[in-house]
Design a protein around this ligand. Sequence first.
Ligand code: SF4
Ligand code: SF4
Length: 189
Amino acid sequence: MGDGFKIFELVKKVLFTDFVKGLSITLGYNVSRSITHRYPDEEKWIPYRRFRGLHTLNKDEHGRELCVACELCSKACPTQCITVIPMEDDTGRGIADRVAKVWKVDLVRCLFCGYCEDACPTRAVRLGREYELACIDSRCNVRQREELLHPQPTPEAFEGGVVARATFIRKKRSIKVKADLMNTKKRSI
Ligand code: SF4
Ligand code: SF4
């Protein structure tokens, strides 16, 4: 180590260079724009469309279920967490006479890989953007067809990638954060 380097180190110590450098980083964060999300009390992140959250079972424009109970989704599922039991039904409930008597998914085993939606020939099953899946009762980890047929709060057409104003709703057996999609803003994360 040369004399020049030692003098340089000494000057740095005398002038508190490292201390000032560290302090400038701290002060910089103090005056920069906050990127903290005030979730769940005030804000909720709405993911991009490519996000893979809770399953949804779609209907066509006439309200008929698109699922034809072919079971391809359950066969493609790497964790075998989808159960499909078909039945014959000519009442017009579905787009074919073969409809799902049971369609359920066990979210504890689900990887949210999207293989089920890739395998579906009718685009009946899609992974939506609902990610608040925690619940008090473990039975609610198995989501049934009846629930999944309901539209999710964030429509597929909505672009996402924004923070929405939100209301925190606490119920006896669950909590929900209701987002106002008309009141959103971009924020880098
Ligand atoms: S997302 Fe993947 S793991 Fe989950 S149900 Fe679909 S195929 Fe199975
Ligand atoms: S969701 Fe799609 S792949 Fe699964 S049973 Fe229904 S039609 Fe077949």
